[in-house]
Design a binder for this molecule. Sequence first.
Ligand code: FAD
Ligand code: SIN
Length: 522
Amino acid sequence: MDLHGDYLIIGSGIAALRAAASLGGAGDVLILTKGGRREGNTGYAQGGIAAAMGADDSPARHLADTMAAGDGLCNERAVAVLVEEGPRYVRELIDWGAEFDRAADGSPALAIEGAHSVRRVLHARDATGREIGRVLWTRVSPMSNVRVLEYARAVSVIVEDGRCVGVRFLQEDGGLAVARAPCTLLATGGAGQVYRETTNPPVATGDGVAVAYLAGAAIMDMEFVQFHPTALDVAGQPRFLLSEALRGEGARLVNADGEPFMLRYDPAGDLAPRDRVSRGIAREAQRTGKPVYLTLAHLHPAFVRERFPLISAACRQAGLDLATDRIPIGPAAHYVMGGVITDLDGRTTITGLLAAGEAACTGVHGANRLASNSLLEGLVFGARAGAAMRRWTEQPIDPVSLRGFDDGATHKKRGQPAFFANKGDGLAAAAVQDLMWRNVGLFRDADGLKAGNALAERLDDGESLAALAPQDWQAASLLTVGLLIARAALRREESRGGHFRLDFPERDDRRWRRRTMERRGE
Ligand code: FAD
Ligand code: SIN
């Protein structure tokens, strides 16, 4: 099957849908999405969307908090766009029908999460992403120029004469097909599934980064992985996220003796940036040899159940009462700060190929993402990418110049790496996930990272991912992204944001206040 469109969008999360919404009345828009149309990280987002909309807030303040969480590596220009344009796009969502929770005076109720200096997180109880997805689908579905193909998994980017002309994709029946368009947006979301323990749903396997990398696009900041501190930790249960908004509303982290412990590890306590809370929790569990808990028992049970219905239900399924029981928690892979390098309009280093949302790397998050900035990123940069695609008919989408990313970025010439997964036994996804969790996780050192880099041994030159059987392709994508993370983590000999090296525990601005990029063959 060969499909054609004027605009091709891969994915159906917040970034993809907001881009599509910018293309109303333009040419044919074809959306390919790997699972059901609502499957993806957006639908699972809980805490909310950050925007400087409170009376005591300002874009400048939001910028300062974002830059501080980013631990010295944010791209300030990109952050400025995010925080200055964010409120406008959030208001637009409200105009389109988003029902965020309201304060008594009718204005949006604002929550606080880790490392925010003021309340600025708009939310729809604890299912904010679901509400935003609902609104965007309501907007995009009636657009007569938009076609959506579900269960269509992009497996490679087609580059002809140096420009992207579409993708190859696997159909539901396992057959390979081609979708062509003059410009293609990768909005494939995150890569949490690279790790054994993750808050991300099964579709989050980093496909966009893998296919872009294999097509020759430049990738950046892959060593920076955010581990959310509070995922449910009950044997046999999924690592369901227990939103940071719980702590924003007063939930406390306690050890098995019921003692608060975070101040032992960080002066900012329970609401320190995520990377520091995650490490604090892991260290406390190691120190005591016992589990660590989240407790809301001191709050009013009716308030807890009313404010957090989704999380209450998930806890109930695990046999726990969120309002009264201590809830066992632990860190889990949540978000990859790195991705396909883009400029502020989503342009990648390949002509005609754009990226937005979690798959992209604009540099807004630096080494560590501020809570609830990701939905905002998808919204703002999805809209900007959609507008750039719309302008395409007037001006071709050129590749972005890497010179624009010269924040001291390293370009290291390296031997031609092995890219392609072989079809053999080396492809077990579970083995990759386990290795990544043990060796390229919360605490890293050279020995473990070298073991992570041994993932390369399971890769073999010579075959395209598109030639793999569907079940192998998933693992090959995990392997490619895992290797990009492990390689970048081994290279960075310091600790910063989400990247912590036991053998280099300090931040080293002299050598490492710079971002690293990697391109196939470089
Ligand atoms: P996604 O929403 O993940 O969408 C990606 C889409 O691409 C999906 O439709 C997927 O099926 C599709 N896809 C993937 N691979 C392929 C392929 N090969 N071919 C075709 N389609 C493909 N952020 C916040 O700001 N606030 C929060 O409160 C918050 N809570 C979160 C809670 C959880 C449990 C999780 C997992 C994340 C949370 N995040 C939150 C992060 C945030 O949800 C995501 O970063 C954001 O939604 C990403 O949007 P996206 O559009 O880039 O990707
Ligand atoms: C959460 O609700 O804790 C997740 C928020 C985020 O990932 O930004």
